[in-house]
Design a binder for this molecule. Structure first.
Ligand code: A2P
Length: 270
């Protein structure tokens, strides 16, 4: 399929330098606060699964850009994003209205710390997410390299309500039946919890870790720096508290240039 930009599509505002102009392919709304969108991928654009880019709209002289984790894996021909709708948010109040065929701006350089290279080798990889923090993990759980590096992958996703879990649940279901990734993803487990409604598993992930209920529910040993590695993505408070919990189990924070036993993405907060 060709997505060549038509003359009539060109924004009346000048396109800033250093950005790709891409087309929206599909949009799916999950709740009043959450939606997914997929856009065309520029042929020259390379990224590592788990990285983020800056996204904007061609709707102003100086468009507002926000950091978005790329939720699709690096082999995908399209790019996927999972977004919150912030009331009166300068970008998301417009972004939530996009339709297939609309233009989206994307800065050219991807970056981020939630990449396999930033972790020391290990047996089990934990991905701790809340809300839209699941997005970088949606990329990593679709990347065969994740399963080459780790025997077991446990994705945890905690949201306020059950409806907010749907993006992750649909994704994991798709992966298990995907002819390409499904064969690698045998080691993938998905643990969901909810904090403000009744659900099978309830409570903040930090409380479930500290009480040990998480490990009982999954029937795995308590986290240990010998075998476990972890990645964290969520709100500022969630990052801080989950980091403390992991440090309590003896894990240490690493970075791209200093791999260690866990990594945190701070691009979306503060
Ligand atoms: P809670 O409902 O108890 O606040 P948010 O939308 O505020 O980012 O929250 C998404 C999820 O993350 C909610 O289930 C929320 O639980 C949980 N959460 C919020 N703060 C923390 C924290 N400091 N540590 C762990 N989980 C948190």
């Amino acid at each position: 399929m060709s997505y060549a930009v038509q003359t009539s599509d060109i924004s009346k505002f000048p396109i800033p330098s250093g950005v790709f102009v891409e087309k929206v392919i599909s949009v799916e709304h999950y709740t009043d606060e959450l939606f997914k969108f997929r856009i065309t991928r520029p042929a020259s654009f390379r990224f590592r699964s788990g990285e983020f880019v800056m996204i904007g709209l061609p709707n102003a002289e100086k468009p507002v850009f926000r950091a978005y984790s790329i939720a699709s894996p690096n082999w995908d021909e399209e790019l996927e994003f999972f977004s919150i709708k912030v009331p009166n948010g300068p970008l998301t109040e417009h972004l939530q209205k996009i339709k297939p065929g609309d233009q989206v701006l994307m800065r050219k350089k991807p970056t981020g710390t939630l990449v396999n290279d930033a972790l020391l080798p290990g047996k089990r990889l934990w991905m701790f997410s809340t809300g839209t923090g699941i997005a970088p993990f949606a990329s990593l759980i679709r990347d065969p390299e994740t399963y080459e590096k780790f025997e077991e992958v446990i994705l945890t996703h905690t949201c306020r309500t059950v409806a907010e879990l749907k993006y992750g649940q649909d994704l994991v279901e798709q992966i298990k039946h995907d002819p390409l990734v499904g064969e690698f993803a045998g080691g993938l487990r998905h643990y969901c919890s909810v904090t403000r409604e009744d659900y099978e598993f309830q409570g903040r992930i930090t409380d479930l870790m500290v009480s040990g209920k998480l490990f009982d529910d999954l029937d795995v040993p308590i986290i240990s720096p010998k075998v476990d590695r972890a990645m964290i993505c969520g709100s500022m408070d969630m990052l801080k508290d989950t980091k403390e919990a992991l440090e309590g189990f003896g894990l240490n924070e690493g970075a791209n240039n200093r791999p260690d036993t866990f990594v945190v993405e701070r691009a979306f907060v503060g």
